[in-house]
Design a binder for this molecule. Structure first.
Ligand code: FNR
Length: 369
């Protein structure tokens, strides 16, 4: 279908499924084991209901915000997703260019299929980028990567902590791994790459499962970028991240690709914010909480923010948009978010992101699975 026929973010997924090679579709769409968590990521948002306010003069609504102190035109950032070239020849650069044009923040993946420098070079002046880190068993490689990112102007370090071992994504594992241009690039960038059990595992064998809280001071010593832990799921770990002096956490289950039957980020958010209130009033300028997983609608975004998140991450929806239509697809995805945000904020009675508050949602059914 032509891009003009795309009405919502689900449509990109349908197009991607129809046009992608089987292997790319398997890698992008798969989740671990029985794929219960990936379904729950969508279902959980449907257990949160709005309590809209009326008569608030919503003629002008503004959904721009700041994320880790950086301006963002949307309360949504592009989360790191590996191997963009499996789905489109320009890979991650589609995201970079669309993001630069529209003031959206991109998180660059360690396992990008374009080189890190290519992605930074494709940014326009003043464009904000974050970087996602898989920590290498060889800490010198990690240190160089992080310090290079900071030198190149990256504004935030997201350390992925939910993947000491890659989840078993069985759809992906059934596709026998053969070499591809995108994968080859990753092999160049990271040492210790193995070639046996599907794309995901093949590219991830360098990741260090010994990573622990004891390493956190070292990360703080090698960079001045704000450090965020990506893949936290409990109030216990949220408080540890806070007490270690980190800048924030992403409540994420890696898009359902790691621990299956892990709860959704939106469900965990409520307990996490309650726990963090023991450290001071919420929102707390010293610590931001992000949520990702299953976000396909502006209503999902607004629910997470009302419950205390600063912003949300989106993975697959942006990937599918560039698989289907390249950079233009990503721009269209931003436009869909803008249109939906405008309408939903008016209907909820929130003129700005700051006006979204917990009393605008009813999350009392969130734990009823
Ligand atoms: C991911 N994700 C991910 N996360 C990460 O920290 N490093 C990575 O390399 C990847 N790679 C990756 C590849 C693909 C194909 C997907 C779908 C996801 C997880 C990603 O950052 C994010 O947490 C989820 O994608 C959010 O869920 P949704 O938006 O895809 O539902």
């Amino acid at each position: 279908p032509s891009i003009d026929e795309i009405v919502n973010l689900h449509d990109f997924e349908a197009v991607a499924k129809a046009i992608l090679p089987a292997k790319a579709w398997a890698y992008y769409s798969s989740a671990s084991d029985d794929e219960i968590t990936i379904r729950e990521n969508r279902a959980a948002y449907q257990r949160v209901w709005f309590r809209p306010r009326v008569l608030r003069d919503v003629s002008v609504v503004d959904w721009s915000t700041t994320i880790l102190g950086q301006r963002s035109s949307l309360p949504v950032y592009i989360s790191a997703t590996a191997l963009g070239k499996l789905g489109h020849p320009e890979g991650e650069l589609n995201l970079t260019r669309a993001a630069g044009k529209h003031g959206v923040i991109q998180m660059i993946p360690t396992l990008a299929s374009c080189s890190f420098d290519e992605i930074v070079d494709a940014a326009v002046p003043g464009q904000t980028q974050f970087v996602q880190l898989y920590v290498n068993r060889d800490r010198e490689i990690t240190k160089k990567y992080v310090q290079h990112a900071e030198k190149r102007g990256v504004k935030g370090l997201f350390i992925t902590v939910d993947a000491p071992q890659l989840g078993r994504r069985e759809k992906d594992m059934r596709m026998k791994f053969v070499d591809e241009s995108g994968v080859a690039k990753v092999q160049e960038n990271q040492s210790g790459v193995k070639k046996d059990e599907g794309v995901a595992r093949a590219i991830s064998s360098f990741i260090d499962p010994s990573l622990s809280w004891k390493d956190i001071p070292w990360f703080k010593s090698i960079t001045n970028m704000p450090i965020v832990l990506k893949g936290v799921a409990t109030p216990e770990d949220a408080l540890m991240a806070y007490d270690y002096g980190l800048a924030g956490i992403v409540l994420s289950n890696h898009g359902g690709r790691q621990l299956d039957t892990a709860r959704s980020g939106i469900e965990n958010l409520i307990e996490v914010v309650e726990a963090l209130k023991t450290r001071g009033p919420w929102p707390n300028p010293k610590f931001e909480v992000f949520v990702d997983g299953g976000i396909r609608r502006a209503s999902d975004v607004l629910k997470a923010i009302a419950l205390g998140a600063s912003a949300v991450g989106v993975g697959r929806a942006f990937m599918y948009s560039f698989c289907a239509y390249g950079q233009e697809g990503v721009e269209k995805a931003f436009q869909i978010f803008r249109d939906e945000l405008e309408m939903n904020m008016r209907l909820i009675g929130a003129r700005t992101i700051d006006e979204l508050s917990p009393d605008m949602v009813d999350a009392s059914a969130i734990h009823s699975h």
